[in-house]
Design a protein around this ligand. Structure first.
Ligand SMILES: CC(C)(COP(=O)(O)OP(=O)(O)OC[C@H]1O[C@@H](n2cnc3c(N)ncnc32)[C@H](O)[C@@H]1OP(=O)(O)O)[C@@H](O)C(=O)NCCC(=O)NCCS
Ligand SMILES: CC(=O)OP(=O)(O)O
Length: 330
């Protein structure tokens, strides 16, 4: 059974409820009957039921079995507004603003997860990552002991001898534009949990990426990655992590042995931690498009309850996969 099928099987066993705030988005609607038929999750669509059903009918999509909730008309809407106001009043929130924001499906969806009315949330087929993440970060917040959320992609590269038989975790590809060395170290630790729990990778090996390998270049950007490597080794002594590495030194055994002799992971990395979001986001999209890799994510790591974003370029199948992943983590 391939990795995606394994994840779907795990999701089926959990039968979780996943809220999909983009209830009038075509690919999301097309994903719903697949989720129901394959019993991957119980989906809740947000939006005006008339508009949601109208679009579904025009697309020939059967929504039987899916719950549809119009945020402003939900019986618990006022409670959500009050809770959100209490949560944010020290940050300048007013009752009026809380009411307006809670009518937005992305805020309402995060509140459903926070309150336990849904086990997880998936959005981002039509909204930007920033708009999906902001309510999640404000309402659901980070898991205990974690200060920064990151976004990982599971990359399944066809015909690839590197990584874990072509399976990799890439991070951060979605959240923090310019992480500090401390944040990069946290992303490395969080990615191990994604690699082990979602990908079944038995020996996670982390490469901290740069344009330099073990001091081959001198620059403050390289210093940040070297520092992140040291912090990761000190703060998380069980991790198999090394750097700074160029991508070839991280991935290719021969190059790793020649550029970073003696490194326990050079040439064998299956988790790649990027030095900033430009590199991470560009890197995953290049591998996805040029190597025809399956890119599943971004999977939000370090958040207290599972919320996952989608790329606006996602397919119906991508939505089904990310919902399955979300259900497994719920
Ligand atoms: C993540 C992001 C949305 C943060 O939003 P923002 O509105 O610019 O930032 P703010 O600094 O006001 O943060 C909003 C809240 O999120 C929290 N936050 C921001 N980044 C965080 C992170 N990495 N981890 C945990 N919390 C974070 C802040 O602490 C703040 O919480 P508070 O309001 O309770 O104090 C923003 O950094 C972003 O847009 N990132 C890039 C996303 C993107 O375009 N990715 C590429 C495509 S996938
Ligand atoms: C993850 C990502 O890059 O999302 P989008 O393509 O929607 O910007």
């Amino acid at each position: 059974m391939n990795l995606l099928d394994q994840i779907k099987e795990k999701a089926k066993a959990k039968a979780k409820t996943i809220v999909l705030p983009e209830g009038t988005e075509e690919r999301t609607l097309r994903a719903v009957p697949i989720l129901i038929k394959e019993k991957i999750a119980n989906p809740i669509l947000l939006g005006d039921p008339k508009a949601v059903k109208g679009l579904a009918d025009s697309l020939g999509v059967d929504l039987s079995g899916a719950e549809i909730i119009n945020p402003a008309e939900a019986p618990f809407f006022k409670d959500f507004v009050q809770d959100f106001y209490e949560m944010r009043k020290d940050k300048g929130m007013t009752p009026e603003k809380a009411e307006t924001l809670m009518a937005d499906p992305l805020y309402f969806g995060s509140m459903m997860v926070k309150s336990g009315k849904a086990d997880g949330e998936v959005a981002g087929a039509e909204n930007t990552t920033g708009d999906v993440l902001r309510p999640a970060l404000q309402i659901i917040k980070t898991a205990p002991g974690i200060s920064s959320v990151s976004g990982a992609f599971i990359m399944i590269v066809p015909n690839c001898e590197f990584g874990d038989n072509g399976v990799f975790v890439f991070a951060d590809c979605a959240v923090t534009p310019n992480p500090t060395a401390e944040q990069m170290a946290e992303f490395a630790a969080a990615s191990v949990s994604t690699a082990v729990n979602l990908c079944g990778i038995k020996e996670p090996k982390i490469g901290m990426l740069s344009f330099s390998t073990k001091g081959s270049a001198s620059h403050e950007l390289v210093d940040k990655v070297a520092k992140a490597t040291e912090i990761a080794k000190t703060r998380f002594p069980d991790l198999q992590v090394d750097g700074e590495f160029q991508a070839d030194a991280a991935l290719v055994p021969k190059v790793g042995a020649s550029k970073a002799p003696g490194s326990p992971v050079a040439g064998y990395c299956n988790i790649l931690i990027f030095p900033d979001l430009q590199a991470g986001n560009i890197g995953y999209k290049l591998v996805q498009r040029l190597a025809k890799a399956e890119a599943i994510g971004p999977i939000l790591q370090g958040i207290a309850k599972p919320v996952n974003d989608l790329s606006r370029g996602c397919s119906v199948e991508d939505i089904v996969n990310v919902v399955a992943m979300t259900a497994v983590r719920a």
